[in-house]
Ligand binder design. Structure first.
Ligand code: ADP
Ligand code: ZN
Ligand code: ZN
Length: 728
């Protein structure tokens, strides 16, 4: 028999399927990891198919050397997904396979944790000498308990007593595997929840469905998580498994605790702060069927589960669902294909769906399911817009508006909690007039310009056009131009001068170590009155009962981010942050500070009017030729030798320009340039950016893939990104 094998070698030159002979002594099945000879070396390979014959010269085929595991590591569906991802995202097969096998599994260095247990082997204690009191105590103890960990006994009664008993064979020692379960210090009370009508209807529709993506659009606090939990229960009842994805940042202890309450040990959790051992055990619990629900960030879509009955992508609008380093992929596409392979429903859930997803729902590709009110029957918190320019004009040059300071004082007097959100997206990368709020934009693309400090230039990230930084505002002639935003530390310092209450800070700097994030949240949760200051990290998922005030200090930061999604991101952030207020008994309130109070994004967000926002935004996208009406594609060319990189770029660009001659009316834009970050980790970075209308898109993209395939690459890598989330 012949095996088709993908070798675990990351090189475009060997990115294909190789045939190997299966020696009769080996029992090889599809999905097995095997050792194969590869040139002069021995490498890992994965068997993806078994067949009777080969198109190659049979006498020249090499033999598989050995099998590496007792069980196959890959399933049929995983192999299908690998080929899907190769074709869809232009990935190498070896890269796609690695996605399914986390390093702890692949390396073979981490092993199961075996704990030694001591069992009693006799009920005749007569051979113990009178003086050996400790030994008698051990036996009596074991007689009662049956078994105990060796380490516990040794600590309680002394190692020598235990040793003596083992030698006399009065007790025996056996190893047992012990699970390294991730600990959760955060506990939430188990609530008996009766779904409301909208929730129940959503669960009924979704859990009866075969393959179908659903867009679950539910306002913050509407009980989407309860819908997920109930749909998962229904999948388990049918003896199926489930995957639930959340953005890493909102993989909150509360979420974890809620799922543990609902499902106990059936849940495995895969997130970035697990120890190697924990990750190994959680993965194996899924693989062996001991756990049936996998919860985790993006890469959890590759969890080793068969027979999947439901996939959930929570906070589906979150940009973390795009993988931005190799292997680059978009989780939604993978989730859709996996749901299709399993013929099961897929839920994309959000209070603020991405424009693309909502557009697809409107077109009927996704089925829209809505939850329109909060589960606690309370109104959504009132969002008050404060014009910071008029604050400046009335003499307040501080970070906080008078309005917000008043509310904060009241909140503290009421012994409640406040959260202050600092928008750090696009931090200090744009210029703004302090008098009139003017922000310079690209004349060609209508996105905000990014200030590059190194060469003191404003640049457009979509067309690379360069502009001189402003000294004088073209609109109002003022000379007070401001750079970027305030930081969390400054906000905390300012607050400390004004209020004598505990102030917590949560951002990337304050949470370097694994548990401090959870510690900070837990301490805040138990402290009232208190203030929590933070960046995006505090925006999502958290369910604190006592938060009644939310302040958004610099709402505009993400608005001026040089990105066609800037407005969309701003809408999402405001809605998510506001959603943290008033989730329990007391009503919540939000103060939003901005320099452009008239912008439609604030009007729509403060009215919680997603539909109005969508209408405005989708029109903008259409007239400015951005997704979902066009496809943005970036071809990244990287390498340590700049000359070589430029050589490849040149070839590529010439050939794509030729392609453009055939498809003139399909190209909105095409250009080659240095990346804004010209050098990263030793690599020089160049890119080709293009925007294509949708009509002939897949045909053209296919041809571009062909062009890339035929390039002669010498120590240069080429990556293709569809709809890149970040053009740095
Ligand atoms: P979302 O995920 O939509 O933000 P959650 O599922 O976190 O909302 O629900 C918000 C709060 O409302 C949670 O504390 C949850 O326990 C509670 N909740 C959800 N559904 C119900 C219900 N049907 N009855 C009572 N409380 C509910
Ligand atoms: Zn101005
Ligand atoms: Zn431009």
């Amino acid at each position: 028999m012949i095996a088709e094998v993908i070798v675990d070698v990351l090189s475009s030159n060997v990115d294909k399927v190789f045939d190997y002979n299966i020696p009769p002594s080996l029992d090889v099945v599809v999905g097995d990891r095997v050792d194969v000879p590869f040139g002069p070396r021995k490498v890992d390979g994965f068997v993806i198919n078994i067949k009777d014959t080969s198109n190659y010269d049979l006498s020249k085929l090499k033999d598989i050397i050995s099998k590496k595991d007792t069980q196959p590591l890959l399933s049929q569906n995983m192999v299908r997904l690998c080929f899907f991802m190769k074709q869809k995202f232009y990935l190498r097969l070896a890269d796609t396979i690695r996605l399914f096998l986390p390093p702890v599994i692949r390396s073979g260095k981490v092993k199961e944790k075996i704990v030694q247990y001591v069992y009693i082997n006799t009920d005749d204690f007569s051979c113990i000498k009178k003086g050996a009191k400790k030994q008698l105590e051990v036996l009596t103890y074991l007689q009662e308990k049956g078994k105990e960990k060796h380490s516990v006994l040794a600590q309680k009664f002394g190692a020598s007593a235990v040793k003596a008993l083992i030698e006399k064979q009065l007790v025996k020692v056996e190893g047992a595997q012990e699970n390294r379960a991730p600990q959760n210090k955060f506990s939430v009370a188990k609530k008996e929840i009766v779904l409301n009508d909208q929730q129940q209807k959503a669960v009924d529709i979704i859990s009866k469905s075969k393959y179908q993506p659903f867009l679950l659009h539910g306002v913050t606090g509407s009980g989407k998580t309860e819908v997920y939990i109930n749909c998962i229960k229904s999948a388990l009842k049918q003896n199926k498994t489930a995957i639930m994805l959340v953005p890493e940042i909102s993989l909150t202890p509360q979420m974890f605790a809620r799922f543990k309450n609902a499902f106990g040990d059936t849940v495995a959790i895969l997130h970035s702060s697990l120890s190697q051992g924990e990750r190994f055990d959680e993965w194996n619990r899924l693989k062996t069927g001991k756990a049936k629900i996998a919860i985790g960030a993006r890469s959890c879509i590759f969890a080793p589960l068969d027979n999947i009955g439901l996939i959930v992508v929570d906070e589906e609008h979150d940009s973390s669902y795009y993988s931005e380093s190799n292997p680059r992929f978009h989780t939604h596409e993978v989730a859709k294909y996996l749901a299709y392979l399993n013929n099961c429903p897929l839920i994309l859930g959000s209070a603020t769906p991405s424009i693309e997803s909502y557009h697809l729902a409107k077109k009927g590709e996704y089925r829209l399911v809505q939850l329109t009110s909060r589960a606690n029957q309370k109104e959504l918190p009132n969002i008050e817009i404060v014009d910071m320019l008029s604050e400046i004009h009335s003499g307040n040059t501080g970070i906080f508006s008078y309005r917000f300071l008043n509310e904060l004082e009241q909140t503290i007097a009421d012994k409640k909690q406040a959260m202050i959100f600092i928008n750090r997206r696009g931090f200090s990368s744009f210029l703004m007039c302090k008098e009139c709020g003017y922000v310079p934009k690209c004349e060609d693309c209508d996105v905000s310009l990014v200030y590059h400090k190194e060469d003191d230039m404003l640049k457009c990230h979509y067309c690379n056009r360069r502009y001189r930084p402003l000294k004088v505002c073209p609109k109002c002639k003022s000379q007070s131009i401001r750079f970027g935003a305030v930081g969390t530390q400054r906000v905390v310092d300012e607050l400390k001068k004004l209020f004598n209450v505990p102030i917590f800070r949560l951002d990337n700097d304050s949470t370097q170590n694994k548990n401090s994030y959870i510690d900070i949240l837990e301490e805040f949760n138990h402290t009232s009155p208190a203030i929590l200051v933070g960046t995006q990290m505090i925006a999502k998922g958290h369910d604190f009962n006592n938060v009644t005030l939310v302040g958004i200090v610099d709402a505009d930061m993400s608005l001026h981010f040089s990105d066609y999604k800037a407005i969309e991101r701003t809408y999402q952030l405001i809605t998510q942050v506001s959603g943290r207020a008033g989730r329990s008994e007391s009503e919540g309130k939000v103060v939003l500070q901005t320099y452009c109070p008239k912008h439609f994004v604030y009007r729509c967000a403060s009215n919680y009017d997603y539909t109005a926002f969508f209408k405005k935004e989708i029109n903008l996208r259409e007239v400015t030729h951005f997704p979902p009406f066009v496809n943005i594609m970036r071809i990244l060319v990287l390498g340590e030798d700049e000359q070589k990189v430029m050589g490849v770029l040149e070839q590529l660009y010439t050939q794509i320009k030729e392609l453009k001659q055939t498809y003139t009316s399909d190209f909105v834009y095409l250009s080659a340039m240095k990346c804004p970050k010209r050098r990263l980790q030793k690599n020089y970075r160049y890119q080709i950016l293009l925007r294509l209308y949708k009509k002939n898109e897949s045909e053209i993209v296919g041809k571009i893939y062909d062009i890339c395939d035929k390039l002669k690459l010498n120590k240069v890598s080429v990556f293709i990104e569809n709809d890149p989330q970040n053009l740095s």
